[in-house]
Design a protein around this ligand. Structure first.
Ligand SMILES: Nc1ncnc2c1ncn2[C@@H]1O[C@H](COP(=O)(O)OP(=O)(O)OP(=O)(O)O)[C@@H](O)[C@H]1O
Ligand SMILES: [Mg+2]
Length: 250
């Protein structure tokens, strides 16, 4: 990725104010992603956090979004609704290294609260900006793709937690294509994903944490790629091994 492109990023890096933490053994400081964090650079317009379930991707993503000024429950930079305090105080301990540009668009997709975002859009009477049909009247996948095609735009900052959750494989590829267009138009994405399709985004920086450190991984070295590949190359063989092992244990 060229350095010219990097100079257009809205977030260059995220730092943890470790000295300010009084109880490093408690949530959210205890989760592996936060334990490994000192400075996390964003080298490319697409940064992808990968890691095992429970490793702290959502915790970290929410804190980055809140520290940047997004509503921690999700939505655009202007959304201010709150249904309940469900986010951690981690954002108070983060320093966001900002680029010189300000985003013209932005969206934080929080894994659990897309429903609340849709409700807020209806309440604001803003349905026209989202394709003209209430997101509540579309399927989960349809409403998410409507959001991405109608509401995401050029020069935007998009922080997305498992955007693949509602999407079929071919729609995940449609999302990848849309992301690519938006990156060409000056946007930045930070996502957490388990999708080996989205992870293949050309030039994405894939970050994972191992042995207490944040590392950048090659796509083909990720467990997601390797497990998916092994399975799709020989799903019968893999299943036979797994199920035989299971019945031997029973
Ligand atoms: N409010 C909370 N209080 C205490 N612990 C929490 C809280 N929220 C999450 N955790 C714990 O923090 C850890 C990290 O959770 P988090 O949701 O950030 O993981 P994740 O990497 O996003 O996982 P997944 O891939 O399953 O989405 C988990 O072990 C979880 O149980
Ligand atoms: Mg998560």
């Amino acid at each position: 990725m060229s350095s010219t492109l990097n100079s257009t990023l809205f977030i260059h890096a995220v730092r943890l104010k470790r000295d300010a933490i009084s109880d490093p053994g408690a949530y959210p400081f205890s989760v592996p992603a936060v334990q490994a964090l000192s400075r996390m650079p964003m080298r490319a317009p697409v940064t992808i956090l990968v890691g095992e379930n429970g490793s702290g991707k959502s915790t970290l993503l929410e804190a980055i979004a809140a520290a940047y000024g997004f509503n921690p429950e999700g939505g655009t930079l202007n959304f201010r609704f709150a249904t309940r305090e469900s986010h951690s105080p981690l954002h108070e301990y983060l320093v966001i290294e900002r680029g010189v540009r300000r985003p013209r668009n932005g969206f934080f997709l929080r894994a659990e609260s897309f429903f609340n975002v849709a409700t807020e859009i209806d309440r604001l009477g803003a349905v026209h900006a989202y394709g003209g049909v209430s997101l509540h009247e579309q399927s989960h996948g349809e409403s998410f793709l409507t959001l991405v095609t109608e509401r995401f735009g050029a020069n935007g900052l998009y922080i997305l937690d498992e955007p693949e959750a509602a999407l079929s494989p071919s729609r995940q590829l449609a999302l990848l294509v849309r992301m690519h267009d938006l990156v060409q138009a000056g946007s930045q994405f930070i996502l957490a994903t388990h999708s080996p399709l989205l992870m293949a985004f050309p030039g994405a920086a894939i970050l994972s944490w191992e042995d207490g450190e944040i590392r950048e991984a090659e796509y083909e070295d990720t467990e997601h790629y390797q497990v998916s590949r092994r399975f799709l190359m020989d799903h019968k063989g893999v299943l036979r091994k797994l199920l035989d092992a299971g019945s031997a244990e029973a």
